[in-house]
Design a protein around this ligand. Structure first.
Ligand code: URP
Ligand code: ZN
Ligand code: ZN
Ligand code: ZN
Length: 497
């Protein structure tokens, strides 16, 4: 055993989602062996002094699109650069999406994504699978993915008409199947028909720039779809996860549904929590285009603070990034027509610091809530807990040593992401990852990423996550509709002509 495989992190404040304590953490062969004060460890163990620092579960980014082929081009960050950047930001696991074309096999899309990602990933990862069309074959493949391939989440698109979008009837069928196989349904909630009509209108008005991207799909287009998805999911008793909640209106819809007892979870992303849609009106086209993503950032500048408030109080539950980067020359595919700008922004490296700065440093949430929304809740919803998302004996040694007082300046000049700009450029964040440990190995320290491609592993997930399905199962039993026992009607009946 080498000293690399035995690490003692000494004297830090161990922060889990429920409490914090000063303790040593001893790691051996990728697993946490002990969390106690004043641990005695074998000679030759590497010792990391964490006095005055926090020790937190590595971040779990619930939403990335590494090297996604999308809108005529391929995302700039691949599974190597993207996961390296994740580690530099204190994130030790990503959940990416395999997205089949309409008519194509879900299983083949999954196998293809595995073969692309497996040799490149520097941190652990798992896969959501998208349902972009509907048939009995798709239904069967969903079951196979759950039973044999470690998938327990499926994303359905209500936007990208004619490309990925499903009808309400197809959503109903897909949600029903998710419920039957113990998976969680995820939705990209925007009204795809309204977006198409809105875009036509903008172009007709001569609005071809990035501001048209937001104006063709204002908040209510997102809120309407969010409410519709919740209604359909509730009708079939399916748990729902709304990805990239970008507006106050959509966030309110999610929060209200939770208060009404729906099993629904909302995922804001780093972009929506850290910046806003006023950039779409910037005079420099390249600057404005850099922020184009769907759903768009909102021009109301109080949106990020509002989303953070809701993330702090549990109206929203978990955070991702929708990391899907395109460099300026790729964004330029849409220089004369905003509908052709590849949709996507950065965040995988920035998310932890942005949420610390805007969430914890601002006083909206404490360090424990930070761990909940950046790691533990994702682990619980996607059935990875406590293997991931917790610092405890037996858990995977995915951790970050965090300096809550230090600051760092976010810039494309210094970031590890492959894209040539950063939507958070110039932001100074309190909360800096000093050292990241993935699978029990120090993979980031002093600004340097040491991880090798293929060092991460695919993490399979089982269906029926407790946090999601305990309530669903009980409701299935006790809330079955039943007919009223009554005598048959034996009176007169009119005859139809
Ligand atoms: O703009 C975005 N969000 N790009 C990635 C695809 C998606 O909808 O998540
Ligand atoms: Zn989406
Ligand atoms: Zn700007
Ligand atoms: Zn996405």
């Amino acid at each position: 055993m080498t000293s690399q495989s035995r690490i003692l992190i000494k004297g830090g404040k161990v922060v889990n989602e429920d409490y914090s304590e000063i303790a040593d953490v001893y790691i051996e062969n990728g697993v946490i062996h002990a969390v106690e004060p004043d641990l005695k460890v074998p000679a030759g163990t590497r010792v990391v002094d964490a006095k005055g620092k926090l020790l937190m579960p590595g971040g779990i980014d619930t939403h990335t699109h590494m090297e996604l082929a999308f809108m005529g081009t391929v995302a700039a960050d691949d599974f190597y650069t993207g996961t390296k950047a994740a580690l530099a930001g204190g994130t030790t696991m990503i959940l990416d999406f395999s997205i089949p074309q309409k008519g194509a096999s879900l299983l083949e899309a999954y196998e293809r994504w595995r073969s692309i990602a497996d040799p490149k990933v520097c941190c652990d990862y798992s896969l959501h699978v998208a349902v972009t069309w509907w048939s009995d074959w798709v239904k069967q493949e969903m079951e196979t993915l759950v039973e044999e391939k470690g998938v327990n989440s499926f994303k359905m698109f209500m936007a990208y008409k004619d490309v990925f979008m499903l009808s309400d009837q197809e959503l109903h069928a897909a949600f029903s199947q998710c419920k039957d196989i113990g998976a969680i349904a995820q939705v990209h909630a925007e009204n795809g028909d309204l977006i198409v009509e809105g875009a036509k209108r903008m172009l007709k008005l001569g609005i071809t720039g990035p501001e048209g991207h937001e104006m063709c799909r204002p908040e209510e287009v997102e809120a309407e779809a969010t409410q519709r998805a919740i209604t359909i999911a509730h009708a079939v008793n399916c748990p729902l996860y709304v990805v990239h909640v970008m507006s106050k209106s959509a966030a309110r819809v999610v929060g209200n549904a939770r208060r009404n007892g729906c099993v629904v979870f909302g995922e804001p992303i780093a972009a929506g929590l850290g910046t806003d849609g006023t950039h779409y009106w910037h005079k420099d086209w390249a600057h404005a285009a850099g922020f184009v993503m769907g759903p768009p950032l909102r021009p109301d500048p109080s949106t990020p603070g509002y989303l953070m408030d809701l993330l702090a109080n549990d109206d929203l539950t978990v955070s991702g990034t929708d990391h899907c980067t395109f460099s300026v020359c790729q964004k330029a595919l849409g220089k004369d027509d905003f509908t052709k700008i590849p949709n996507g922004v950065n965040g995988v490296e920035d998310r932890m610091s942005v949420i610390w700065e805007k969430g914890v440093h601002s006083g909206k949430m404490d360090e424990n809530r930070f761990v909940a929304v950046t790691s533990s809740n994702a682990a619980k919803i996607f059935n990875l807990y406590p293997q991931k998302g917790r610092i405890a004996k037996g858990s995977d040694a995915d951790l970050v040593v965090w300096d809550p007082k230090a600051t760092r300046l976010i810039s494309a000049k210094t970031h590890h992401q492959a894209v040539d700009y950063n939507i958070f450029e110039g932001m100074v964040c309190h909360g800096v990852p000093l050292l990241t440990i993935s699978r029990g190995m120090v993979v980031y320290e002093g600004g340097r990423v040491m991880a090798q491609p293929g060092q991460g592993r695919f993490i399979p997930r089982k269906p029926y996550a407790d946090m999601v399905y305990k309530r669903i199962r009980q409701r299935e039993e006790v809330r079955k509709p039943s007919a009223v026992a009554r005598n048959p009607y034996d009176g007169e009946i009119i005859s139809l002509a």
